[in-house]
Design a protein around this ligand. Structure first.
Ligand code: SF4
Length: 523
């Protein structure tokens, strides 16, 4: 990285580099300390940009035009490029003009959801017929980067990140001015592509990243958003609707994880979030958690900080090792975490044994597909006993789903009403082994799907005010979420909810407050 002064109107100090990495603005926020609020990026634009930016998605601080924290994926690429001897800098998305200079040959953008096609986004935008913040902000960032590169004589624009699969379409790449999209893991393939671009060689439009072996996953060099630390990569449960790069579970060595914890804390993170598709299977060789490895992980990490959060876990892991949740909770409590509750994202997807058997036979393991609903309920009991709050997802519209399948899921959600939790119903997105299939859209919803949606909304309306009260630290954000966002949602969705409970599409019915009229702001 080089530092020099340019003669501009502001005499701004330019921090530039041959390779600049950045992210769309929805990823440059720690959401006021609550990554739950980060889900708002998947929401359709129902409130004006400035309100979203200020209350829900406040920007991370920029120092010398660089964000003090960046997405974990961006940090991994920064580390991989720098270890390959490439001159790289991470730029704050609101400071691109100050960072992308004449010597910049490549700009890489990380995106989670560039077109709003992710399961959560496509569900909400299909229902409310509005683009999501994630898609709108990606368009702004990619447009800005293209413009700056062109004004500086050109340069290659490469996009990667968990949402890169949404860009696998040449027409879309042309429209955005993207030269290359890297789908999957980037530390080997991404570095090769960047090297080629720097040598002035042609690069492919779409490339699938090679799976990175453990020894080649680099340690991050700087702080990540939310103190997120990757403890394992991949999953191994093999659901057919999941991303292919999650096929094999690879757990990172403890000493590397601890090193990344230290880096985050040294650079100002308040705690760390351990990330894996199932944190409870850190170090496991199969579907059953290796208790000793998980406890050792939490013990060592919590010696460095009492504030340890987790990103995802699995109900089957909870149900087959109930003592593990108790031990982790006691350990974190003893270390002084002071958390009102612990939480993480987790997938229910469906309660239909037939669909479980067909699409996710590995998910209930070591239990059987026909035991799945019981596993989910038992896991909720164990979690509730230990102050854990699951944030679960459901999938509507798996190919071949029948009304009876949806009714089984409704019954399960009703049984979960008493457990403090969130349940987010998502639409099926054709990825993984099911790619090439049809997206599930509002038009495809059966009356049972509307009833399921209503059941989930009632569940979430019951618990969100309490969760917001207990979880949000920032008083302004708490007020805005509770008194503005939740209150207005409740009020505006009252009429549609009544219709949905009867299995009626409220967007077609004339009612006091149909969903299609809820959006005051045009995207
Ligand atoms: S359990 Fe989750 S992460 Fe694992 S394969 Fe299934 S959907 Fe993917």
């Amino acid at each position: 990285m080089s530092l020099y002064v340019i003669q501009s109107a502001q005499e701004a100090k330019l921090v530039t580099s041959q390779v600049v990495l950045t992210m769309d603005r929805t990823l440059a926020s720690e959401y006021g300390g609550s990554l739950f609020v980060g889900f708002a990026a998947c929401a359709p634009k129902l409130i004006p940009d400035p309100l979203y930016r200020f209350f829900l998605c406040p920007s991370v601080e920029a120092k010398e035009h660089m964000p003090v924290a960046a997405p974990a994926g961006t940090r991994k690429m920064e580390a991989a490029l720098s270890e390959a001897g490439i001159d790289v800098v991470v730029a704050h998305p609101e400071h691109l003009e100050e960072v992308i200079g004449r010597e910049t040959k490549v700009v890489g953008i990380t995106s989670n959801d560039p077109r709003g096609f992710g399961p959560a986004s496509s569900t909400f935008s299909s229902l409310l017929e509005r683009k999501t913040f994630s898609a709108l902000f990606f368009e702004q960032t990619v447009g800005k980067v293209r413009e700056i590169l062109d004004s500086n004589g050109g340069g290659k624009l490469i996009v990667g990140g968990p949402g890169a699969w949404q860009l696998e379409d040449e027409e879309v790449l042309d429209r955005y001015g993207i030269d290359c999209v890297i789908i999957g893991e980037g530390e080997i393939t991404g570095v090769e592509i960047v090297k080629r671009a720097l040598r002035g060689e042609p690069i492919p439009r779409v490339v699938h990243g090679e799976m990175v072996p453990l020894e080649r996953i680099p340690n991050i060099k700087h702080r990540t958003i939310g103190g997120l630390i990757e403890i394992s990569r991949g999953c191994g449960r093999g659901c057919r609707f999941c991303l292919p790069n999650l096929k094999f579970l690879r757990s990172r060595p403890l000493h590397q994880i601890l090193e990344e914890v230290k880096i985050n804390l040294r650079e100002g993170s308040e705690g760390v979030c351990l990330h894996a598709e199932d944190v409870l299977r850190y170090g496991a060789k199969g579907p059953i958690p290796d208790e000793a490895k998980v406890i050792q992980l939490f013990e060592q990490v919590s010696k460095l900080t009492p504030h340890v959060w987790i990103s995802h876990f699995a109900f089957a892991s909870v149900a087959c090792r109930p003592d593990l949740i108790r031990k982790i909770t006691e350990l974190l409590d003893e270390r002084g975490s002071e958390a009102p509750w612990y939480s993480g994202q987790v997938g229910i997807e469906t309660a239909s044994p037939e669909l479980v058997r067909r699409y996710m036979p590995g998910k209930p393991l070591p239990f059987k597909p026909e035991e799945w609903s019981e596993v989910v309920i038992r896991a909720h009991e164990i979690l509730a006993e230990n102050r854990w709050v699951p944030c679960s997802t459901l999938i509507s519209g798996l190919p071949g789903e029948t009304p009876k399948d949806v009714e089984l899921t409704i019954e399960l959600v009703e049984k979960l009403r008493g457990f403090k939790s969130l349940i987010v119903p998502l639409f099926f997105v054709p990825i993984g082994q099911l790619s090439g299939g049809q997206f599930f859209l509002k038009e495809h919803m059966l009356p049972e799907h509307w009833k399921l949606l209503a059941t989930c909304m009632e569940h979430d309306f019951k618990w969100t005010p309490k969760l917001a009260e207990e979880h949000l630290h920032n008083r302004i954000q708490k007020f805005f979420v509770k008194e503005v966002v939740l209150r207005s949602f409740r009020h505006q969705l009252k009429g549609p909810l009544r219709l949905m409970k009867e299995g009626i599409d409220p967007t077609k019915e004339v009612s006091p407050a149909p969903i299609s009229r809820l959006a005051p702001v045009e995207a």
